[in-house]
Design a protein around this ligand. Structure first.
Ligand SMILES: Cc1cc2nc3c(=O)[nH]c(=O)nc-3n(C[C@H](O)[C@H](O)[C@H](O)COP(=O)(O)OP(=O)(O)OC[C@H]3O[C@@H](n4cnc5c(N)ncnc54)[C@H](O)[C@@H]3O)c2cc1C
Length: 394
């Protein structure tokens, strides 16, 4: 088949990888002028970890992982108030967890694409004319093409979803918070192998050392602390500066760095909930279909699992794309829905509303140092009720 995939993030590259391996002709379209670099660090475990292993990319990714010794919670004077050793997470995930830059995952998969995948950057699918058997896709720049299947792998604010299923507002469930992250060069203090976070009511800010003497700053803020609702990377700076201005710790230096940062990731923390992930000759994968939100912590894992299962079902249903698409959705949807419902209740532990809530959360994290507590407190977070199916893919 000829398949056009919009978005060369985690889901898009992974699906291109599997479909190319199956011998399909794949066009991968990415809005950015090149594969994105830097960006935030995420944890990969469960089905996502299994999926990169099945791609043969685990050794390469493990060589690129960020290893930490401890996650530390500090107060406004920098005194330790909570935290736990990272090995608690390793234990919960049975040693199968890795902290990786999102961009490193996508780049590793993109590097493994075979010659049946063509990538075009600096473009986007703009229109889809789908007659139920084939679809003509129009691009912002390139000439239109006729394909057998169109995939939306273009993230939380998917253009393919909008073009096929309707406005974002029908599917996006905002969780009442925004996230920001950016990198600073040469930031001090720098604590190698340490993730340090400070929380005030409704606001959370953390730093994490990354390669080349750069530090990743990560912010979570409840919407009521944002004076006006900024849209993009640049005009979020004033709103974030206002929200984090009186928080003590290293916030003044971090806000100064924010003011000078040229690449700030800023977005609403949202889930995408849809009744159907496919329609005619269009299918969605990754965040565009079922974003569980960063609070759920397994969006990348889901994206990798969805890509693998969609390719596997296409392989298992030769000549019957409708059945393959239906089976793809049936296999994964209950599992993603469960994760979304669970994540809804987790917002207060990431960004408590009150000082009392913060103290309770920090005390709980100290219990993570004791033997049974990691499983009691965070076992469910890391438990994957699903295993990747086996397909006889070449
Ligand atoms: C701060 C943060 C922390 C996170 N932590 C974790 C974690 O610990 N574990 C975890 O598993 N998940 C985590 N996630 C979630 C995870 O990053 C996402 O779920 C995952 O990246 C989804 O992959 P995707 O390919 O669907 O979307 P993305 O990775 O967002 O990729 C979408 C791609 O589509 C491109 N694109 C967008 N619009 C268009 C367009 N119109 N045309 C063409 N291309 C387009 C984008 O440039 C991008 O390359 C976190 C997310 C955030 C924001």
């Amino acid at each position: 088949m000829k398949i056009a995939i919009n978005g060369a993030g985690i889901a898009g590259t992974a699906l291109a990888y599997w479909l190319g391996r199956l011998g399909h002709e794949v066009l991968l379209v990415e809005r950015a002028p090149a594969l994105r670099t830097g960006g935030y660090i995420l944890n990969l475990w469960g089905v996502g970890y299994d999926a990169v292993e099945r791609m043969g990319l685990l050794p390469q990714l493990l060589a690129q992982q960020y290893e930490t010794d401890e996650l530390r919670m500090v107060d406004r004077d920098g005194r330790t108030r909570g935290g736990y050793p990272s090995r608690a997470l390793q234990t919960l995930a049975n040693g199968r967890i890795a902290s990786l830059a999102r961009s490193d995952i996508a780049a590793a998969i993109h590097g493994a694409l075979g010659d049946r995948v063509e990538t075009i950057f600096d473009d986007s699918i703009a229109t889809i004319d789908d007659d139920g058997m084939r679809a003509v896709v129009g691009f912002e720049r390139a000439a239109a093409r006729e394909v057998d299947l169109v995939i939306g792998a273009d993230g939380l604010h998917s253009q393919v979803r909008r073009a096929t299923f309707g406005a974002d507002s029908r599917f996006e469930h905002a969780m009442g918070c925004h996230v920001a992250s950016f990198e600073i060069a040469g930031y001090r203090p720098r604590d190698e192998r340490l993730y340090v976070a400070h929380t005030a009511p409704g606001r959370y800010i953390a730093r994490f050392p990354v390669r080349n003497d750069r530090t990743l700053i990560f912010m979570l803020v409840r919407d009521e602390y944002l004076s006006d609702m900024p849209r993009g990377g640049t005009d979020c700076k004033a709103a974030l500066a206002g929200a984090f201005s009186n928080m003590g710790w290293e916030c003044p230096a971090m806000l100064e760095a924010l003011a000078n940062a040229d690449d700030v990731y800023f977005d609403s923390i949202s889930q995408i909930r849809m009744d159907a992930w496919t329609k005619g000759r269009v299918a969605l994968v990754g965040d565009s279909a079922a974003c569980p939100s960063l609070i759920a912590g397994e969006g990348a894992g889901f994206a990798l699992a969805q890509a693998y299962v969609l390719a596997g079902e296409i392989h298992d249903h030769p000549g019957d794309l409708d059945a393959a698409l239906q089976r793809y959705q049936d296999r994964l949807k209950p599992y993603t829905l469960r994760k979304q419902r669970y994540a809804e209740g987790l917002v207060p532990s990431f960004v408590p509303k009150t000082e009392l809530g913060i103290r309770a959360r920090d005390m709980a994290t100290l219990l993570m140092r004791l033997p049974v507590f990691p499983r009691l407190l965070m076992g469910r977070y890391f438990r994957d009720p699903m295993r990747l199916p086996d397909y006889a893919m070449p």
